[in-house]
Ligand binder design. Structure first.
Ligand SMILES: [Mn+2]
Length: 318
């Protein structure tokens, strides 16, 4: 008899447990468990669409201190983002089956401590120096990223570095606390269903459901009239001709704004920051950092299906 998911379900209803079904079929229960995992549990229920989920996190600036932002505020804001992502996914569960959550990290997750001359004056002293930030930030992220298993059974984390975590201007660009943070996460998340890829380069293309997602922090793009759009568009146009791997969506941070643009069919999504009363954004851009981040679904036919701009905090922001 060739076992099908329907036959297995009937037998399970009759025999009561997987072990009893294995006995009735005279099969090794461990083999049967593997078969069930592959053929029964991963099957998309009728009426549901199978998709992957992307959560973009960038510019958390762990260690930065402003009038209304420090490491405690960041922790609470991150909890809020995760809760909102889980809440939305529970609503969407009625129509979707999610196979994987991709967490895309595009740098400045740690603030660093000495890449700018005035840097030490803007650091939360409890966060301490760069290596300590990379360790503490990984500890803060670990349980919150694992909570995303409530959305899908597998998690893939991909990270490129930002500019704030650079250790010094006189060392290799990849000597960067963001990458140390990702490496820490990789070691701490000792789970066969969770993977962490830390890219020792500024640009990385991640494949999700057959679509290319280009991860880039943003620090190499100059602004014109203190607006980033022109620079981003022309760079994306050139990259589409230059990069070996094709991409459909660009995910960026750096500008601390949650804004969206496109060049023909290539979507450009910038997520905001966790920082509020962000002197840099207020002075250089004229607006505070927008505390919103992108959360969306990916289907083999469409690089972005549903899409939410999750609030990183619920207080009013520009
Ligand atoms: Mn930043």
């Amino acid at each position: 008899m060739r076992l099908t998911p329907e036959i297995y379900k009937d037998m399970l209803a009759h025999h009561g447990s997987l072990a009893q079904v294995a006995r009735a079929l005279e099969r090794d229960p461990r083999n049967l468990r593997r078969w069930v995992k592959k053929n029964v549990e991963n099957i998309t229920p009728p009426g549901k669409t199978k998709e992957s989920v992307v959560l973009h996190l960038t510019d958390l600036h762990y260690g930065k201190k402003t009038d209304t932002f420090d490491i405690d505020v960041l922790e609470a804001r991150l909890d809020g983002v995760i809760q909102r992502a889980l809440g939305i996914s529970r609503i969407l569960n009625a129509g979707y089956k999610f196979d994987k959550v991709y967490v895309m990290l595009t740098g400045d997750l740690v603030d660093g401590n000495e890449i700018y001359a005035n840097h030490p004056y803007h650091v939360d002293q409890r966060a301490s120096y760069g290596r300590a930030q990379a360790k503490k930030c990984a500890k803060m992220l670990k349980p919150r990223l694992l909570a995303l298993k409530d959305i899908a059974p597998k998690i893939e984390i991909h990270g490129v570095p930002g500019n704030h975590g650079r250790i010094s201007k006189y060392t290799h660009e990849m000597n960067n606390w963001d990458l140390v943070l990702y490496d820490n996460l990789s070691l701490m998340l000792d789970d066969k269903d969770v993977s962490v890829t830390s890219y020792e380069k500024n640009l990385a293309v991640v494949n999700v459901q057959g679509h290319g997602f280009l991860l880039y922090h943003g620090a190499g793009i100059r602004m014109y009239q203190q607006l980033p759009f022109y620079g981003i568009r022309q760079r994306v146009l050139r990259w589409s001709q230059t990069l070996k791997e094709p991409f459909d969506v660009v995910l960026m941070g750096h500008f601390h704004q949650c804004i969206e643009d496109a060049v023909n069919d290539t979507r450009i999504l910038l997520s905001g920051t966790a920082v509020s009363d962000d002197d840099w954004a207020i002075e250089c851009l004229g607006v505070d950092g927008s505390r919103k981040t992108n959360f969306f679904g990916v289907h083999p036919d469409h690089p972005i299906t549903w899409q939410y701009k999750l609030d990183i905090d619920l207080t009013k922001c520009v």
